[in-house]
Design a binder for this molecule. Sequence first.
Ligand code: HEC
Length: 235
Amino acid sequence: MSSKLISKVTLTAMTTAVLSAGIGSTSNAAESDKAAAADYTKMSPEALAEHLIFKAKGFKLEQPAQEGGLAGKRLEQDETQKICTVLRGKAADAETAEKVTAMARDSIRYPEGGIQLGDWKIGRELAWSGFGYRIGHKNDDHSGAKNGPGGNCYNCHQLATDRTGGNIGPTLTGYGKLRGTSEAILKYTYDVIYNANAYFPCTHMPRMGANGMLSSEQISHIMAYLLDPESPVNK
Ligand code: HEC
């Protein structure tokens, strides 16, 4: 695989992953010496990430990924990522926004019986679970997890007031209380969880449904967690 396929954003994330995985723990002493000899302080973030991934072999490109295939495959950008990378964090211009939102809308699949709210208690588990589609030296085993791997929502969003969440995304506390459960809100919420690019082109929010991280059923439970009046999100 060519290292040219990797975006700056991916590289930065990878650098963090590789650094926290600890390059010193490699079993190959020669590789380890070579890595130690490199002067990291003179490298750009991109060069450092390239060095750690491809030269110091701090990341096992060939390890299996949870969703199938190899971990290195995750470094290959899809169409949306290629378009969004060019922006380098800046807001999308009108033409890019239109293209990305159109692609996102096309990706959304709705459940046969229409969008329904599931069980907020299951949704709570999923929203607060950080397991699912991680890459590590050992893959997560979800065979024992009743409701499947989670959605990681808490890492970026404050959800309810009973636990602390992240602030990369806006707070979702009181989401249902503030917006109600009209058809339009159900569709908006489903769409955002399935593929947030439909409303926020080139967003940092992962495309949970479109990328197969969450099933429509799991999304219905998470939606109940956000919208059900009994859910702690709305208390
Ligand atoms: C990596 C961070 C990240 C994760 C993980 C994430 N989100 Fe988001 N989310 C965002 C960001 C950022 C926005 C704001 C959209 C934008 O401006 O790009 C957002 C927006 C939203 C919105 C729209 C908010 C509004 O005010 O209308 C909803 C709803 C939402 N997220 C729900 C979820 C749910 C449910 C999950 C878990 C399944 C989740 N998010 C996981 C980053 C994240």
